[in-house]
Design a protein around this ligand. Structure first.
Ligand code: C2E
Ligand code: CA
Ligand code: CA
Length: 549
């Protein structure tokens, strides 16, 4: 009996009915994190626990449970961490004659092994990515979250011609390639996303909480991009191309099975293309994005082939009727599309970043052309918020002015609120730099967007341009009249010049004249025209007084 007690795996403690220690085995002394001299018969249960290095509050809880629980044959169990960081499993069993017997066991290694097992059950052993079963679980969770309004997307990837790569290189190299692909995929996603290998050369990404379809498309193009870089396997350089199929949670399926099936259909469509590409299951999103991509490609070509030109629309002093300047409006003539309106291509150029180089070209060209005008005319140029991002705008503007030999006072830059919305501090600094150069800054489309009056406090704009949508409803609409009056009032009290755009009728002009507007622009006063024509027409009639009188 003694031998058995001394060599059993667990530490053992026997207590009498008042909770005092009667007996403990030798193993128990091994489990104590500290010295064992205080462990002897007569100390009570709480003291034993304390010597075991178990947390006090948990020990108290355990005691409370023990004092109310006296059913024989049902032990009270707990796993607690001791002061050494080891996990101790404790089982206390009441004895029918009164008293308790408690066993203690160190389960630290056992738990670690269990965790490892769990990990193995959800991991792909080759790449360490999630396996199919785990992806399914994640998809189920994503579907549940989607019902609470959190979106997700499922992307399926297939490596083009992987089997021929595998045949040519041998299986070991093939495995190396799959591992490298897994590494690359993981770099393209965030912590909350899941990357899985389904089987062979088929991978999946569960993208959590993206802004749809924007972020998903961005991820897809990042993936396409990263696969263009060759893999170095041994002394071989290999390019693995990828096809991608995308399903969006909700619209493209409400359960893992449906989503996987639809993403697979999208993948099949992507694989039909000779070039690596991605495809959305949803036909509308797919064709919209494809059209966008085509427009983007055409825009790249347009800059290269010089398909852009500038038109200028006169801006007139409302009191004198004299032309005082022109707004530069970008025009694009495409050989098959014809004229593409800026409202269509400017947002695309912004999305792909092309607007920065196009915008610089607009600035240079407008300054050069304006330098040939009478010196009392200014030129206004529209800026996109994107042009503020690289911090080079002041240099670009200074160069454009210097190249043309144009007086900075003759240049006006039109910005929208979006410039102040993003990254206020840096952009405000750029605006101030431009102002110091002598360039005027006007706030375009005023009255739309947020139109926070605080913008007028954070930066001293030289001009406010009342948006066309308000002018359009003059003078019939009461609310339009009130807004226009309010803006001209603001202009007067802040000492800011007010310009109304989109003036098409004499009644609109008269209303604006009566309510303190300073400058007007619109079809009534002149259409946007190519530079040759404005010079001809306006030099001949030197002013448009007839219109405003
Ligand atoms: P915006 O800055 O508000 O430009 C004024 C727009 O109103 C121009 O349209 C102009 O042709 C139009 N417009 C002028 N008078 C009238 C009128 O009496 N009635 C009506 N219905 N429309 C009038 P456009 O040329 O189509 O330009 C649209 C927008 O594209 C511009 O709005 C501007 O935001 C952007 N854009 C144009 N050129 C550039 C550029 O060089 N750079 C940047 N970043 N954006 C530009
Ligand atoms: Ca404008
Ligand atoms: Ca405008």
């Amino acid at each position: 009996m003694e031998t058995a007690l001394a060599h059993m795996c667990q530490g053992l403690a026997l207590y009498d009915s008042s909770g005092k220690l009667i007996f403990s085995n030798h193993r128990l002394t091994h489990l104590l994190p500290g010295p064992s001299d205080r462990l002897h018969a007569g100390i009570d249960m709480a003291e034993v626990m304390e010597l075991m290095g178990l947390p006090r509050n948990r020990v108290k809880q355990l005691h409370r449970r023990l004092s109310t629980h006296r059913e024989p044959d049902i032990p009270t169990r707990a796993v607690l961490q001791n002061s050494d960081g080891r996990l101790i499993s404790i089982a206390t069993q009441p004895i029918p004659e009164g008293g308790w017997v408690t066993t203690f066991e160190d389960v630290t290694e056992y738990q670690a092994a269990e965790l490892k097992l769990e990990l193995l059950a959800r991991q792909d052993p080759l790449t360490g990515l999630a396996n199919r079963a785990f992806l399914r679980r994640r998809l189920e969770e994503a579907v549940a979250r989607m019902k609470r309004g959190i979106p997700f997307a499922l992307l399926l990837l297939d490596i083009k011609d992987f089997s021929s790569i595998n045949d040519a290189l041998g299986e070991t190299a093939g495995d190396e390639l799959l591992k490298s692909i897994a590494q690359r995929l993981k770099k393209q996603v965030r912590e909350i996303d899941t990357v899985a290998r389904l089987d062979g050369d088929k991978f999946a990404i569960l993208q959590c909480n993206p802004e749809l379809p924007k972020n998903t498309e961005a991820l897809a193009s990042r993936l396409m991009e990263c696969f263009r870089i060759p893999y170095q396997i041994g002394d071989q350089s290999i390019i693995a191309f990828v096809s991608l199929g995308i399903a969006i949670g909700g619209g493209d399926g409400n359960n893992p099975h449906e989503l996987l099936k639809n993403a697979d259909m999208a993948l099949a469509r992507a694989k039909q293309s000779l070039l690596p590409c991605y495809s959305f299951f949803n036909a509308e999103i797919d064709s919209h994005l494809k059209a966008q991509r085509e427009l983007e490609n055409d825009l790249y070509e347009a800059s290269r082939r010089g398909e852009f030109s500038l038109h200028y629309q006169p801006i007139v002093n409302i009191q004198t009727g004299q032309i005082i300047g022109f707004e530069t409006l970008l025009r694009w003539w495409h050989p098959t599309r014809g004229w593409v309106p800026p409202a269509e291509f400017v947002p695309v150029a912004e999305e792909c970043g092309l607007i920065v180089s196009i915008g610089a070209w607009v600035l240079r060209t407008a300054c050069l052309q304006a330098a040939a005008w009478p010196p009392n005319w200014y030129v206004a140029v529209n800026l996109s918020a994107l042009q503020f991002q690289d911090g080079l705008l002041p240099t670009t503007v200074a160069q454009a002015l210097a190249l043309a030999g144009l007086d900075p006072h003759r240049l006006e830059l039109e910005v929208t609120e979006s410039v102040l919305l993003r990254d206020d501090e840096a952009n405000l600094d750029i605006l101030s730099q431009l102002r110091e150069m002598g360039v005027r800054i006007s706030l375009d489309d005023f009255g739309t967007g947020y139109s926070s009056l605080s913008y007028l406090r954070t930066f001293r704009f030289d001009k406010l341009k009342i948006d066309r949508s308000f002018v359009k409803d003059l003078p019939q609409s009461d609310s339009a009249k009130k807004i226009v009056k309010a803006i001209t009032g603001l202009g007067q009290s802040f000492g800011i010049c007010i310009v109304a755009e989109g003036v098409e009728t004499r009644q609109q002009l008269e209303y604006l004249q009566r309510h303190g507007c300073d400058e007007v622009q619109g079809y009534l006063l002149g259409y946007p025209q190519p530079p040759e024509e404005i010079l001809d027409a306006y030099l001949r009639t030197s002013d448009t007084k007839a219109v405003t009188e």
